[in-house]
Design a protein around this ligand. Sequence first.
Ligand SMILES: NC(=O)c1ccc[n+]([C@@H]2O[C@H](COP(=O)([O-])OP(=O)(O)OC[C@H]3O[C@@H](n4cnc5c(N)ncnc54)[C@H](OP(=O)(O)O)[C@@H]3O)[C@@H](O)[C@H]2O)c1
Length: 282
Amino acid sequence: MKIFLVGGSGQLGRAIVASWRDDDVVAPAHAELALEDRAALTQALVATRPDIVVNCAAFHNVDVCEAEPATAFAINALAVDTLAAACAQRGIDFMTISTDYVFDGVASRPYTEDDCPRPISAYGASKLAGEHLVLRRRTNAYVVRTCGVYGVQASRSKGTFIDRIIAQARGGEPVRVVHDVVASPTYAGHLADALRALIATRAYGLYHAVNQGAVSWYAFAAKALELAGIACPIEPISAAQWKAPARRPAYSALENAALRRLGIAIPAWHEGVAAYLQDKGL
Ligand SMILES: NC(=O)c1ccc[n+]([C@@H]2O[C@H](COP(=O)([O-])OP(=O)(O)OC[C@H]3O[C@@H](n4cnc5c(N)ncnc54)[C@H](OP(=O)(O)O)[C@@H]3O)[C@@H](O)[C@H]2O)c1
């Protein structure tokens, strides 16, 4: 297939480029193509004539979104809608990535696609608006929510959560991790494989796609250190001790209910950690 990837230089975008080797993937970096540049996007679609456009780009710094909701909605909702429309007009399939932050976090079991979203941050609200704008068209589109993505080629200079934990432990710094926030952290390589399998089904719609299971960030960090062979105590802290401008869901584990109905399985969260450490040579 010919794939046009927006946000291709991010951690999920890079994992897709690395994993979808049998496809022809065109993946411009942000500096080459901005999601909100309608004219450039149209030109790129005309020039490349892809079978599907996959959007991995987002304005996703949760605290910055809280301060700049207009920009969050312009990129995460309106620009995504424009791209979906451009694809629909040309008969091109469309996939966009959304987030666990569309949920409020009061659940005590992983959210399925049938659960009602109720975002508690501007970021979550803007991503949910993007979902609705895409799905309302009832065209050949996939909206895929994921959670806590970490990839071998993280675009952020700080590296991934696992990189930071390992660096702190090896550097003899205290390792403090929240114990009362539960999620489904997801390895970008596993997510990329699942997205490709989903595209092959042509079963358009709303999906959750995460490494299976629910885990606190504390337990996740402990497993990462254990698998990396690092013996280091971790101090559990409460999310209340970690002051941030935007509210975040305390529980945002997702269940891949719709993917499972298609026979697509994603490994468990601890297998994601193991694969990440192996692929990164840690
Ligand atoms: N990371 C997570 O924990 C997480 C959790 C749930 C859902 N998601 C969703 O998963 C998707 C992929 O996230 P990721 O973790 O791969 O993020 P990432 O590593 O930050 O990658 C996003 C990529 O999109 C680019 N980008 C940002 N704004 C853009 C714009 N306006 N136009 C074009 N490109 C733009 C970024 O470039 P620059 O870096 O140069 O700006 C970057 O290359 C996003 O939709 C995100 O909302 C992520």
